[in-house]
Design a protein around this ligand. Structure first.
Ligand SMILES: Cc1ncc(COP(=O)(O)O)c(C=O)c1O
Length: 400
């Protein structure tokens, strides 16, 4: 009898975590490495949020909570959905979990049966297909068009839908491309879903607040209210409030689905950290002004990176609408050889040679299901970005 489960064999470890770990190991060995792999803001969690957590500890809010969140946080989330997205949810429609990741995971575990299909536009956040596989489902990958900033069209969505489709997983602004769907582009997709009443929408709005140049963020149930009853609107405090380590994510959706997710959570992690939940109440109800300042910083960095990478012969780099990633194509570099003799046969070879020869850690495109590309997270200092781009340019110039 095999000790490890068959399901595990279908799943791979997170490549973004692996790249970050490798870069840290090289740094620990004294190598000069600039890590552009990690998907987290370099800002510190704002002080008012930290203070709320400390106050919660002193007030003894250190015990188990209701499995899917304290009522105060659920109320704050309902107010956020109303204020920012025009969506009406009541607390019984809210699920709070240990990070946005667990929200998505619970939803898949609660709904997937063997063979159920989940449509995932590529390039995708690395965890989506593996979570679907852990739930015995089948990821159906739809590759975005490079000329559309890697977005998909309504025709592509329509063609991917089958009687077995359970979910359409939507993520805008996207990790890894930063691409954001305009209201009209999203409406065109929701129009398709209106013709297929058996398909549910899981929308991952994690990068909602990180949008540039006046891009208007919108979410499916807002653009098409008729989809409200079959939409799970997922979000979290990790990215917008620089709270990745606090592990709080949340979702709003139909009560039956939320209750099913609660059941999974009550038998796995019991509840998200009580202290982090109080910190998240402060994040959602406290001052929001700092967000505008952070967005300006990210925008400046995006422009710096897009400008520098676009100037490199053989690299094409679309200007994304949001998040803190760019996803340049290295098509023009395939088949060349690096100064140290590595054949650039694919994006994985490119990223490996870039790390070993130039000391820049990026994540290769195949990890996100669309090649030949690499992802840069520009959530790091201007100086580090400037130096990293110079190194990438020198590395690329050295390819023959
Ligand atoms: C698109 C997307 N969704 C969800 C998550 C998970 O966020 P959390 O850290 O809250 O689990 C991430 C984190 O990288 C992400 O990029």
């Amino acid at each position: 009898m095999a000790f490890l489960s068959d399901t595990l064999a279908r799943v791979k470890p997170s490549p973004t975590v692996a790249v970050t770990q490798l870069a840290n190991e090289l740094k620990a060995q004294g190598k000069d490495v600039i890590g552009l792999g990690a998907g987290e803001p370099d800002f510190d969690t704002p002080d008012n949020i930290k203070e709320a957590a400390i106050a919660a500890i002193h007030a003894g809010k250190t015990k188990y909570t209701a499995p899917d969140g304290i009522i105060e946080l659920k109320q704050a989330i309902c107010a956020k959905f109303k204020r920012e997205n025009g969506l009406d949810y009541e607390p019984a429609q809210i699920s709070v979990s240990t990070g946005g990741k667990q929200v998505l995971y619970n939803a898949f575990m609660a709904t997937l049966n063997p063979g159920d299909e989940v449509i995932i536009p590529a390039p995708y956040w690395v965890s989506y297909p593996d979570m679907v596989k852990l739930g015995q489902g089948e990821p159906v990958i739809v590759e975005g068009k490079p000329e559309l900033g890697y977005k998909i069209t309504p025709e592509m969505l329509e063609a991917a839908i089958t009687p077995k489709t359970k979910w359409f997983l939507f993520n805008s602004p996207s990790n890894p491309t930063g691409a954001g769907y305009s209201r009209a582009e999203l409406k065109a997709l929701t129009d398709v879903l209106m013709r297929h009443p058996h398909v549910w929408v899981m929308t991952d709005d994690m990068y909602e607040h990180l949008a540039y140049d006046g891009f208007e963020f919108c979410t499916p149930a807002q653009v098409e209210p008729a989809l409200y009853d079959r939409t799970l609107t997922c979000n979290g405090v990790s990215k917008a409030y620089a709270m990745t380590g606090w592990r709080i994510g949340y979702a709003g959706g139909p009560k039956e689905l939320i209750a099913a997710m609660r059941k999974i959570q009550s038998q796995s992690t019991t509840n998200p950290c009580s202290i982090s939940q109080w910190a998240a109440v402060e994040a959602l109800t406290g001052p929001q002004e700092f967000l505008g300042e952070w967005v300006e910083v990210f925008k400046r960095r995006r422009n710096l990176v897009v400008g520098k990478l676009s100037a490199i012969d053989g690299i094409t780099c679309p200007t994304p609408e949001g998040a803190f990633y760019v996803y340049p194509s290295i098509k023009g570099m395939l088949g060349k050889t690096s100064a140290a003799g590595t054949l650039i046969e694919n994006d994985e070879a490119f990223a490996k040679a870039l790390l070993e020869e130039a000391g820049v850690a990026v994540v290769f495109g195949a990890a996100f299901g669309l090649s030949p590309n690499f992802r840069i997270s520009y959530a790091t200092s201007d100086a580090a970005l400037e130096e990293a781009c110079n190194r990438i340019a020198a590395f690329c110039e050295g390819l023959v």
